[in-house]
Design a protein around this ligand. Structure first.
Ligand code: VGL
Ligand code: ZN
Length: 228
């Protein structure tokens, strides 16, 4: 018997990633919120699990340019947390500092999601990432080195999930890496492109092909297969 048990993963829908005031505002990011709220209509969609992720950094996080006396959006060689290897990664403005206003869920999303989280009409969770000081996280499953794993995979397994649908911010960083990992873990994975925006939309063609090369299907909320 073929099974269809879809999970919705809402990635980093936080004030710091949103215009007009977010520290790392993704242009047009706010346009995703109404569509994402539409996906939370549980009469219309049959999610078996809903996960909302939070980028959740300590103030001294290694991804902040300010902690290296560097300019945001430049790059730096980051050291593997255990081994003596390095890779180049982007330095960001301070963002999503734990418990700061910018780390909060998008203000339009927060009351709706909090109600679902509290009443649990379907298993619903918050997954935090980025809280270990010495390493970057883009995926909601693991750090960029694949060393530390969040509870995300366990939650999908516990709930018997077969299909993963990703939305949120940013299309070219955390939504991308979360989607790639979901596909790698064997989930049939879709990104809802109209529910996401890029830090650098000029590279969207390249970003799209990265999704495709890893087997993630790019769809939109008007895909008829989505609704019950
Ligand atoms: C993100 C850059 C730094 C994201 C998080 O959510 O896409 N991007 N931290
Ligand atoms: Zn971050």
């Amino acid at each position: 018997m073929s099974q269809f048990k879809p999970a919705l993963i809402i990635v980093d829908l936080q004030e710091d990633f949103l215009p007009p005031d977010g520290a790392l505002a993704v242009s047009e990011g706010r346009a995703t919120i109404e569509l994402i709220l539409g996906l939370l209509d549980l009469k219309k969609y049959d999610w078996k699990t809903i996960i909302a992720t939070l980028d959740w950094h300590p103030q001294d996080h290694t991804s902040f340019a300010s902690n290296h006396g560097a300019k945001p959006f430049t790059t730096k060689q980051f050291k593997h947390p255990l081994e003596d290897s390095y890779k180049e990664q982007v330095l960001w403005p301070d963002h999503c500092v734990q418990n700061s206003a910018g780390s909060e869920f998008a203000r339009e999303f927060k009351p709706v999601f909090t109600n679902i989280l509290e009443t649990q009409p379907v298993p619903t969770y918050v997954v935090k990432k980025g809280y270990l000081q010495d390493r970057e996280y883009y995926s909601c499953f693991q750090d960029t080195w694949g060393v530390h794993h969040t509870e995300c995979e366990k939650l999908l397994k516990e709930n018997g999930i077969t299909h993963v649908y990703t939305v949120g911010l940013a299309y070219d960083y955390c939504v991308l890496n979360s989607s790639l990992d979901a596909a790698n873990l064997g989930y049939t994975t879709f990104v809802l492109k109209d529910c996401s925006r890029s830090v650098d939309p000029s590279k969207n063609e390249q970003t799209d092909s990265t999704y495709s090369q890893h087997g993630v299907k790019i769809i939109t909320t008007s895909d008829p297969a989505l609704a019950k």
